[in-house]
Design a protein around this ligand. Structure first.
Ligand code: C5P
Length: 325
């Protein structure tokens, strides 16, 4: 457990009167996958311009925020999830979210954040971003701040490229470094199977590998295909399976060639489509329906090509207060 009083954040003027909620607040936030991820060349700020379709799926992290002295982070795993690499200091995105909100609102960052991880760590499923989004909402509720949606999204963008989408949820088009969002016209419920790999991949390393493999090639403006947008509009799972696309996939597979074996197993089980999720190494498979998802999951588990298998559906809502505890 890590604790700090963060005295440097003490406001110089009296903060507005707010009533801190004394009961713990629970917030859940979903994992995401990128149904389409088109990556442009490196920008001077070290990021890459993207055109992406985010899709929130029913794997959740929960944050329980309790009034405390200083800032404390604790983490608990659910089945098949390794939390050893989750930092318990101020590098944890949930801690950064609490500190940012405290700084912006003249609040002392006195809170205990207990994270229950249901999203694989460093898996390309935006688990850290989900924790940041959940911590923002939890501290907002606990401290009685009452931020509006656009203020929340602005703070979320300062915490990471995927954090605004963790707040928003659903299915959305993302541009810029991923933080400028527009809800996508999408219907239907899609059934997914996730093959969780042994160990994570570092997002900056995957982007760097993508640049290396491209070897300075001139790139078109990143864009999302018409086939993808039309599959979402019609809710057609077969068309969606064919339109899945990820420019980071060759880089993730170059750093982790074993992912190709995992993908073969899903193809043999007749998944409608498959792709590396975000920067990986989790691989997502689209199933025809819940029964087919179970078949794919059984094949993946039996193959021994991944550490764990999870089923989920999309799209689901973004981070939301689940209640006081
Ligand atoms: O925004 P976030 O902190 O999640 O990004 C982590 C890293 O991923 C960045 O430091 C950068 O190396 C890479 N990245 C990128 N282009 C993006 C998003 C992330 O190069 N659009």
């Amino acid at each position: 457990m890590w604790s700090s009083s963060h005295a440097w954040l003490k406001p110089t003027t009296n903060p507005p009167l707010r009533v801190t909620c004394m009961s713990p607040v629970s917030v859940v936030a979903p994992a995401k996958l990128n149904l389409s991820l088109a990556v442009g060349g490196p920008r001077p700020d070290g990021y890459h311009d993207l055109a992406t379709v985010y899709h929130a799926v029913s794997l959740f992290d929960e944050i329980i925020a309790t009034p405390g002295k200083g800032l404390q982070i604790t983490v608990e795993a659910s089945s098949g999830i390794d939390v050893d690499s989750v930092p318990l200091d101020e590098t944890n995105l949930a801690a950064q979210a609490a500190l940012l909100l405290a700084e912006q609102t003249g609040q002392d960052p006195d809170v205990s954040l207990h994270i229950r991880k249901g999203i694989p760590v460093a898996g390309g499923l935006a688990g850290g971003s989900a924790d940041a989004a959940a911590a923002l909402l939890a501290c907002d509720a606990l401290w009685g701040v009452g931020l509006g949606r656009s203020e929340l999204l602005t703070l979320a963008a300062q915490l990471g490229s995927d954090v605004p989408f963790s707040v928003m949820g659903g299915t959305a088009l993302g541009v810029g470094r991923g933080e400028h969002l527009t809800p996508a016209l999408a219907r239907g419920r899609f059934e997914w199977v996730f093959a969780v790999a042994e160990g994570g991949l570092s997002t900056p390393q995957v982007y760097a590998e993508c640049d290396r493999l491209r070897d300075g090639r001139v790139l078109p403006e990143p864009h999302v295909s018409d086939a993808m947008m039309s599959a979402l509009r019609s809710g057609d799972a077969v068309a969606l399976g064919q339109a899945l696309q990820n420019d980071l996939q060759p880089a993730a597979c170059s750093l982790r060639p074993a992912l190709l074996l995992t993908m073969e197993v899903g193809d043999d089980a007749e998944a409608l489509g498959s792709l590396v999720s975000g920067s990986g190494p989790t691989v997502a498979f689209l199933a025809r329906d819940a029964e087919h998802a179970l078949d794919i999951a059984v094949s993946l588990s039996a193959s021994g090509t991944c550490k764990a298998v999870k089923r989920a559906h999309g799209a689901v809502a973004g981070a939301r207060v689940a209640g006081e505890r």
